[in-house]
Design a protein around this ligand. Structure first.
Ligand code: FPP
Ligand code: MG
Length: 263
């Protein structure tokens, strides 16, 4: 993830260039990784997952109680590191991430009765569970390097769009990859009763199944077949590309800002 935070470059300020990165900016990358790791340790408890990145999960090895505490410990280490930076704006930006992560998990537990609201609900959940971390980490790094709010917004938009694209492709890979490639079981979302991009996009039969959280006998296999027969995977990939383009546009805005500054 840290690659995202240092991707932008400015000849005058150089505040996001890896070579010139400040210690406090590097700390943001560490803190973001710790918040991310804590959330995954907790997520694996909620999802009753036994493997991640090709390894056994903390809950599988040490049990749920120790996994809750391990996640809390990582989060407290992140909080201490954040407090050490001593910048109240940055503290409030990164604590927003923690709130978003938890609210995202709550959104995932619920679903929208109204079919037309369901995809927007999915995108909101996706922003909170995934994109907020990248968006706000990029923003925090920019705040530490530059006082201009326009740059903070560009950094935020860059991270937000990369984050949504990342999660949309995560949903695609759950349908199209094998567990060896992913380092975790695939079709996992359907088995957990979760609909992702490919299940929402095109195939009216899916609506009732989404509401039942794929819970009927043979529901997961049927939903998998529907999705693979539909163009849901292609549509989701296309949508992810659109978010990538928005991220690229944010980086162009940043370049424009840099050239204005140097002129
Ligand atoms: C992965 O989701 C999970 C997340 C990105 C966030 C989970 C957040 C919490 C459990 C809230 C608690 C937060 C903190 C900071 C302790 P996924 O199940 O869709 O993806 P996966 O396939 O990688 O498990
Ligand atoms: Mg999970």
């Amino acid at each position: 993830l840290y690659k995202f935070y240092f991707l932008m470059w400015c000849p005058k300020h150089c505040f996001l260039l890896t070579r010139n990165v400040q210690a406090s900016q590097r700390a943001i990358a560490l803190i973001a990784e710790m918040i991310h790791t804590a959330s995954l340790v907790h997520d694996d408890i909620i999802d009753d997952a036994s493997s991640r990145r090709g390894k056994h999960t903390v809950n599988k090895i040490w049990g749920e109680k120790k996994a809750v505490l391990a996640g809390d410990l990582i989060l407290s280490a992140a909080s201490i590191a954040l407090a050490r930076i001593g910048n109240t704006t940055v503290i409030s930006i990164l604590t927003q991430v923690i709130e978003d992560l938890v609210r995202g998990e709550f959104l995932q537990l619920g679903s929208k009765e109204n079919e037309n609201e369901r995809f927007a609900h999915y995108l909101e959940k996706t922003f909170k569970k995934t994109a907020s971390l990248i968006a706000n980490s990029c923003k925090a790094v920019s705040v530490l390097g530059c006082p201009d709010p326009a740059v903070h917004e560009i950094a935020y938009q860059y991270g937000k769009n990369v984050g949504i694209a990342f999660q949309l492709i995560g949903g695609v890979l759950d349908f199209t990859s094998c567990s060896e490639q992913m380092g975790k079981p695939t079709s996992a979302d359907l088995k957990l009763g979760l609909a992702t991009g490919p299940s929402y996009l095109h195939f009216p039969e899916m609506n009732a199944m989404i509401m039942r959280r794929f819970g009927s006998p043979g529901g997961v296999d049927r939903a998998l077949q529907y999705v693979l027969q539909s163009d849901g995977v292609q549509q989701t990939t296309y949508l992810a590309q659109r978010y990538c383009h928005k991220a690229v546009n944010a980086s162009y805005s940043f370049q424009r800002w840099c050239s204005q500054e140097t002129n």
